[in-house]
Design a protein around this ligand. Sequence first.
Ligand code: F6P
Length: 321
Amino acid sequence: MLKRIGVLTSGGDSPGMNAAIRAVVRAAIGRGSEVVGFYHGYEGLIGNESVVLESKSVGGIISRGGTMLRTARSKEFMTEEGRDRAVATLSKEGVEGLVVIGGDGSLTGALKLFEEFGFPVMGVPGSIDNDISGTDYSIGFDTAVNAALEAIDRVRDTAYSHERIFVIEVMGRRNGFIALEAGLAGGAEAILIPEVPYSLVETCQEMKSAATRGKKSSIIVVAEGAARAMDIKEFIEKNTGFEARQMVLGHMQRGGSPTAFDRVLALRLGALAANRLISGFSAEMVGVDGTKLVSHPLSYVLSTERVVDPEKLLLAGVMAL
Ligand code: F6P
């Protein structure tokens, strides 16, 4: 049984990370173990920016977005020297295992600690992108989708009134999970994502034929990795003659108070991660399969790609008609 574990958040922040930290701390204390938090992700491991977290240290954070431990994308940790320094900090602080809350880059870092030094690690999926395999949901996705949805709903009112086309760009460099979910929920007329080839010419034709049926406004949701909203807006204006506007939602999708779904998910995953690590399990990532808690080897999680649900893609096509 581990008597002292560490926790850090790394990579892009996501709403619910605080709830996950709270769960790690309180579950560990419940088992009689101590918890050390490291600030600024792996940077704080390298530079030993640590703090002992007690139960009261994590009071009042469950409703707050972002992460009380701050976060960073550490370049130094990608070097061997950086990782040596990180492990030296862990041993100096008497930390016997580490919970890493973050996306695929952060989990890759955790796996390196295990593979290169045999250091016990446990991953918790925290990313608005929801692109991590081994879990149906990562912490923050639901909140980000709801933020994007609110924007879509608001824009639809003005799109309708002015009879305009709106192109709304959401986050997702490599995938379209946010775009698909928010687009479906917001009734988007077209959803463009990097995983699926699309034809803007066809989209323009569909909008023209919709206009002949009296439908004069449309919302197009595009994932940032598929195209830029501005380019699509210009293409549409040129090819249809309709008035169009673009909007890039950007980092507003990553902030804000987590939804109940993300909070409960974060609590369940944080507590499970702490419990498994303390019990001697390692090099895993906790997750959910439907409503059930699961834990998979990090090597499996990081070598498998999470694919977009074909049933939802089909639905998006049918609903846009
Ligand atoms: O991975 C989370 C994410 O929000 C992506 O959706 C987005 O492309 C990226 O991070 C933005 O990164 P940064 O905050 O470094 O600009």
